[in-house]
Design a protein around this ligand. Structure first.
Ligand code: SF4
Length: 331
């Protein structure tokens, strides 16, 4: 084990200065995934910079009708927030579908964005893993890969992003606000996470030393019809085999607008944009939803043990769209 120091940042500026000066420093807030990784030496920082006391714990209404969620707001606080439950139920339901109440009480929005894959080979250091050590190989590609990606994978890594919250935020076209030594910037949510390509060790497009400060939810009036459907091996405390976030805006029977995102299928929350384009202007019925599901899964390339995910994802899309077309609610 590598010894590390622990410091508590008193401001965003101080946290960034400390992280910028030390490539091996890691921010810690709720720690619900990071501490697991520290215990098995996946992460061996030189210092932990505790940001948990910083002023990033508010949910604020924006002048355009959207919301800004501080990076240190707990998952429980987001899921319980009255405005989010009313205007973005898709997000509240996604959060409540994940983890346990105890974990949600301490896990933060910023940390949720940064949680790493639950690929078992990644966590077991007896195995090689390109995500831990680029160039070592990917045992999942020829091993047990029933939980792994069917979309957007590479020969370097076939892991999936484990977050439920991320799927909802992708569907809502959220924006991630970050601060670093070069100032502040905004990253569209769909560009925040990366596909593995030749750099499977990088999950996000954050630059070294950058800190997530908040997540913006733009106004999406039809998000009130949003649903989150999570399919998993057991009904609590399990990661998604496939999940779907969907929201429809209808004018009579006709689809005016749609948001669709999938989890459990790729290295990042997956927006099937071709399926979304297909849906616009079509009648909201079973035939349309079936065709959209076929389009969404057309690029799928299942692994040796997860061909079942293709059909499961199609059915999940159909179901989520059907429920959203009826006004949303619990799936
Ligand atoms: Fe490692 Fe990715 Fe392969 Fe899993 S899928 S063993 S995380 S390289």
């Amino acid at each position: 084990m590598r010894n590390f120091t622990y410091t508590r940042a008193t401001s965003v500026k101080e946290a960034i200065q400390k992280a910028t000066a030390d490539d091996d420093a890691i921010f810690i807030a709720g720690g619900t995934n990071l501490v697991d990784r520290l215990k098995v030496f996946l992460d061996e920082p030189s210092q932990l910079i505790d940001i948990s006391r910083l002023e990033m714990k508010r949910i604020e209404r924006l002048s355009n009708g959207g919301l800004r969620i501080g990076a240190l707001v707990s998952n429980t606080a987001v899921a319980d927030n009255v405005d989010i439950r009313r205007d973005y139920p898709i997000l509240a339901r996604a959060i409540l579908a994940g983890a346990s109440q105890q974990i949600r009480n301490v896990a933060t929005v910023g940390g949720n964005l940064l949680q790493r894959t639950r690929c078992p080979y990644y966590y077991d250091t007896a195995f090689a893993c390109n995500k831990r050590q680029p160039g070592q190989g990917c045992p999942a590609a020829t091993g047990i890969n029933r939980m792994h990606a069917i979309l957007g994978a590479s020969d370097q890594c076939i892991a999936v992003n484990p977050s439920d919250m991320n799927v909802a935020l992708a569907a809502l076209d959220a924006v991630v606000e970050v601060a670093g030594s070069k100032g502040q910037r905004q990253i569209p949510f769909t560009e925040f996470h990366r596909l593995p390509g030749n750099t499977p060790q990088r999950d996000t497009n954050l630059e070294p030393g950058e800190l997530i400060t908040s997540v913006i939810l733009p106004p999406v009036p039809f998000a009130k019809s949003g649903v989150y459907l999570k399919l998993r091996d057991r009904t609590s405390y399990a990661f998604a085999l496939v999940s779907v976030a969907a929201a429809l805006e209808l004018a009579g029977e006709r689809i005016e607008n749609v948001r669709l995102a999938m989890g459990g299928v790729a290295h990042k929350p997956w927006r099937p944009t071709e399926a979304e384009k297909f849906l616009i202007g079509k009648p909201a019925n079973a035939n349309t939803f079936q065709q959209a599901a076929e389009i969404a899964l057309q690029p799928a390339k299942p692994q040796s043990h997860n061909g079942y995910k293709v059909e499961l994802a199609k059915r999940a899309i159909r179901r989520a769209l059907t429920v959203s077309a009826k006004g949303g609610g619990v799936v």
